[in-house]
Design a protein around this ligand. Sequence first.
Ligand SMILES: C[S@@+](CC[C@H](N)C(=O)[O-])C[C@H]1O[C@@H](n2cnc3c(N)ncnc32)[C@H](O)[C@@H]1O
Length: 540
Amino acid sequence: MNKKQKLELTWIGKENRPELEPRILLEDPEKSYHARHKVTKKDIFDNRLIFGDNLLALKALEQEFAGKVKCVYIDPPFNTGQAFEHYDDGLEHSLWLSLVRDRIQLLFRLLEPNGTIWVHLDDNEVHYLKVMMDEVIGRQNYITSISWRAADSSNNDAKQFSIDHNTILVYAKAPNWLSKPLPRKESDNKHYKNPDNDPRGPWFQGNLSSPNPRENLRYEIVSPRGKNIHPPANGWRWSKELMNKMIANGAIIFTKDGKRIIKKTYLADQGGLSPSSLWYNIDETGHNRQAKYELKKLFPGVNTADLFKTPKPEKLIKRIIEIATNPGDLVLDSFAGSGTTGAVAHKMGRRWIMVELGEHCHTHIIPRLKKVIDGEDPGGITKAVNWKGGGGFRYYRLAPSLLEKDKWDNWVINKSYNGAMLTEALCKLEGFTYAPGDSIYWQHGHSTEQDFIYVTTANLNHEQLQQLSDEVGSERTLVVLCTAFRARADRYPNLTVKKIPRAVLARCEWGHDDYSLRVENLPKAPLPKGQMGLFDDEMG
Ligand SMILES: C[S@@+](CC[C@H](N)C(=O)[O-])C[C@H]1O[C@@H](n2cnc3c(N)ncnc32)[C@H](O)[C@@H]1O
C-alpha cells in the first residue's frame, strides 16, 4: 500500500529536538533602568531585556507569556558564511535550520491568537525557511513575503546581480489575521481632485466595468438628455437596481454631454491604505546604511568599527509595528542585536521583550535604551512619533541549570540555588504559578484555586506530613516536593509527596547551557546502517 507522503524539507539532525529546561529568570536590578519621572500616564516600565541564549530564554518565558505576544520580529544571523565580529554567522545549513526551527516553534506558542511573526532574512536561507515554516507553523498561516529594499545604492561590481533586498516572511497565528491599515499621506491622495467643487470634497473617477464578463450586467442606461449609454464589454459593475440608487444619490453622475456616466469615489470615504508587500521607498522604511548612521549619531564618541555591524533601521521596525500592533501590545525580538526593536517599540508605546546573547547586550543595547528612556535619542523615529522619553526596563539573566553533577556523577540541586530560586524553579517545572503566600507557609504556588505546591529541602516524617494533610483539608490538594520523607507517600489522600531531584530528573536536559548558533552544536546525524563515519575506527 502507498504510504501517505507529505511535502517536507529534510536536513541532517532534523529529528533531534532538545528537551529544554524551563529555567527561571533572575533580575539584576543594577542593570535594570527606569526613568526618574513619569513623562506621560502611559509610560511602560515592565519591559524585559534578557541576556542569554534565546532558546532557553524563550522556554523560560513560555509559562508566563504563552498566547500573550502580539508581534514577534526576528532578524537571525543570515548564515552568509561571513565572519562578523559580534556573532558567529558562519553556520552550517542544517544546524541553522534546526536551531531556527526550534526557536520558531517556541515563538509561535508565545503569539496571541491575532499575533504575527516576522522573520527577516536574505537570499541565503529564506526559501528553505519558507518551506520549513510552512511545515512547523502551517502553510495556511503564511501571510506574505515582504521585499525590503536593504541597500540605498546598487553594487556595480556584482558579476551577476546586485542583491539589494532582504525578505521578511510573515506568518500569523490564525489564517484570518487582519493587518492594520497604514495612514494615508498627501502623495497617496494625488489622484483625488475636486473639479466641480463637490461639497463632499475631492474625488476620482472609479472603475465602472465588471471585472469579468457578466451578460446580466449588460444593460443600457438612459441619460437625462434621453441618450442611450451602452454598457462596457464585460457589463456594468453593479446591477440595474443599484445603479439607479447610485444615480439618485449622486454617487454616479452624467457628463455634461450626457454620453457617459462617472462614478465618484470620494477621498473622505477612504480609510487607511492596505500595506504593500514591496517596501521600496527608503524614506518610509529606511535601509541598512541608514541604520548604521542612526547608531553613529546616537553614539558619536564610539569608533565606527566598534558599532554594531548589522543593525536594522528604526523606520523598518516602525512599519512592522504599525501593521501588526496597537499601543500597549507586546512585541518580542529574540535576536536583539543593537536593540532596534525594543527602542522602536518603546518609542511607539508598545511593551517589549528582547533577548540577546552577545556581550553587546551590555555595550550596545543597555546604553541605547537608557538614551531612549532619558529622552536623549533624537534620531531614528523619535521625531516621527514625538517621543519625549520615559518608562523603563528590567534586565534579566537565565538562572543556571537547577541540577548539577556531584563528584560521584549524581545529579544534585545546584549549590548556587537559594530557597526562593529552588521553589520558583520547581513551581515552573511542575507547571504551577509561583506565588508564595505571606500567611500560609505551604502555599508556594498554585495550578488552580484548590491545588497548591510546597517545596522544602527538609526530610519530612509522618507527623509533619499528617499535619500538612490536616491543614490542607478535604477541599484542597497539595504537591509536596521535599529532599526526603520517612512515611508511606500514599497515606495522605490530599497530598502528592515527591522527592527532589528524583521527581524531575527525567523531565528535561540538565546542565545544558549552550544552544546557540554554533557549528559545534550541530546534532550528530545517525549513520545509515553499514556505513562508517569518517573518523570511526576501522576495527570498530
Ligand atoms: C542580525 S543581528 C540582529 C540585529 C538587530 N535586528 C538590530 O537591529 O540591531 C542577530 C543577533 O542575534 C544574536 N544571536 C545569535 N544567536 C543568538 C542566540 N542563540 N540567542 C540570543 N541571541 C542570539 C546575535 O548576537 C546578533 O546580535
